[in-house]
Design a protein around this ligand. Sequence first.
Ligand SMILES: *Cc1c(COP(=O)(O)O)cnc(C)c1O
Length: 823
Amino acid sequence: MRSEQLYSIGLIAQIVDGKIIGNADYEIQSISIDSRSLYLPEETVFFAIVGDRHDGHKYISDLYQKGVRAFVISKDDISLKQYTDASFVCVEDTLKALQTLTARHREHFNFPVIGITGSNGKTIVKEWLNQVLQNTYRVVRSPKSYNSQVGVPLSVWNLNTNANLGIFEAGISQPEEMQQLADIIQPSIGVFTHLGEAHRENFENKEHLLSEKLKLFASCKKVVYCSDDALVVNSFVVNLEPNQEQYTWARYKHAFCRILKEKRIGNRTHITIQIGKNTSEFVIPFTDRASVDNAITTYVTALVLGIDALDLKQEMLKLEPVAMRLEIKEGFGNCTLINDYYNSDLGSLEIAIDLMNRQQIDKKKCIILSDIYQSGYTDKRLYRAVAKLAAKQKIDRIIGIGERISMQADLFDDNAVFYQDTDLFLSQFNRSKFHDEVILIKGARDFHFERISKALQFKAHRTVLEVDLNAMVHNLNYFRSLLKPQTKLTVMVKAFSYGSGSVEIANLLQYHRVDYLAVAIADEGVELRNAGINIPIIVMNPEPHSFETMIEYNLEPEIYNLKILHEFQQALRKNVAKNYPIHIKLDTGMHRMGFMQSELDDLIAQIRSNDHFYIRSIFSHLAGADEEQHDDYTRHQIQLFKQWSDTIRQHFSYAIDRHVLNSAGIERFADAQFEMVRLGIGLYGVSAVHQDKLMNVSTLKTTISQIKTVSKENTIGYGRKGVLEKDTRIGVIPIGYADGFSRKLSNGHGKVLVNGKLCPVVGNVCMDMSMINLTDVEAKEGDTVTIFGNDYPVSQMAEQLDTIPYEILTTVSRRVKRIYLQE
Ligand SMILES: *Cc1c(COP(=O)(O)O)cnc(C)c1O
């Protein structure tokens, strides 16, 4: 994140009470805590944050290579001499230092700052406030939902003298956290959105949670909240001073803004309110309860900021959904599209470019960018910063669309082209000009860049598998939370990552620093290497004909018997390779592949007598880790594994990692982590143990192509198997067994979800289509049909088919397009 002001290292050291090593006059403008997202390194100070399983100090040398010359550190055991021209500020606690510096930065600004907290709706209210206020104010706000102990300081750092309003959200999961955030944001106006159950477990009770949250408001002159809940009102009374003005809204009692009536008409809600003696109405284009609540909170806050009621009414009608996620799609000409056309500001551009950099590393990079609104900078400075960012991030070309960006064309390099508006761009659009690129499509809403995305994307096959990458990261973090900090993690990405994709998933996992990936066959590994994946990859099922390829691509084999060991040794000898890592598989009870106890002596002798390879790890696989009935057997397997691996390790002087746990094992036998574990199905959202801790990752969806009413004497589909009991509304959906929609789902065995209702399959599933019974549900052509996903878990579909989720996920065919969603 980048501030307007320059800070010298000397000043920073003084503010955070640190000791300087190196040049105190070095000046910076940006701060970073993540070595992976970095731009303008020469003007950045890096804070080496230390967490449970993360230590920023590890990246200092990498960052130095990239050009960073200023660091805030807390460890004195690193050798700083090698970084001759760098400046270091040594402190006790780097996170504290970050918070202290940004709190001091905040103090330079006297304009109103809104602090938002609550269990839900923080980001929506913040974005909606920005939408309704941006004609009146120049707003700096938290990017996305940056509301944590590090998110808040990074957000507040963006405050600058060109702005005249700040909007920041604050979220906590532990007692004592809010005080830090309050010290940084120092809000003058407080907004409380909603009291819910999130993170309740870490607090004694709801009162405790509330009183912690309200610490954000200690400095506020005005606060806004819903006063219907007596508990909330009580807390405000107890925790606030009498002179803090309270702007409440309520449905059921007297309040500053009383809600008299809410009426749904079509997809809008008409809200009648009373303020003082005046009754008025405003309309929003939403109908669900959460949106109505958030809209009212937004409305009252905007009034508090002095927005004229009539203007506000117009803005409320225009409220737009807050897209929390970017979409990654496949485009024509081997392009990857990243759609992010709901907002445009420097902060979110930075984040989007960062995401772009995590995609296929071997493709060229293109940005289609609209005018940027409300940055607080003059146009010249703003687009100079954009041009600089693009150059630093090695963006190959920029297509600027809009009058303002076009005026600054001379700030960009020769590859940049400009258009006055979206229509002009589309009228000259030629698809063949786009190939082998990652294209970030980023613009403010009113540029309607979705039209550009449509032009670049494959005619969407109506059946798609949506893969929620944030859910995947959530699941990854859940499993990590069960591990000791030092335990290494292999993630299984075999079989197209259980159906969810290969390169996209591997990119995500590499970014999130898993230690190993494991694929089934060498070709899967080659695909990943070709896409720039450089972390170690194990091939579980190596075949001798692919050994040369594996060596060429640096893929590490599972060795499961002496024959394969010997053959691999031959291949290494031919390639004059030495010291190649291999992974020894032991058969402790699965009785699939692996060495038996009787073979261990030979194995040890073989490996000791050569210098072609060394054992990087020893592992085994559990046969029934997910089922309690097999727990004795599982413990026996673990016991054997320990014994046998000890026997092997005794013969080698180097360290050898051991691993035996799969997903269910991690959840149920956490004490058998050894040095590493292998995560599979859990990452993809399925657990035999704690399904409630995981988020759904994959959603298979299609749309209704046609609806017809068929009278009862007729039959539906092939073999006339779809016999009707009465006149039936039949929907045709474009998914069949060739897509992975099993023919066993025919004739009522399978059900799909349409507008909240389960509809049975009628007749036989065809190759590319199926028919469903829509008699009991309101539906029209074009409506979405969920085959499995959030509201209809894949495990239920697996039950219908008498199989396991693994099979359903991995048989969604490759012709079904994968769409990746990411915040
Ligand atoms: C597939 C696989 C795993 C992962 O199993 P899950 O049940 O999906 O967690 C782990 N180890 C080996 C050897 C595997 O083949």
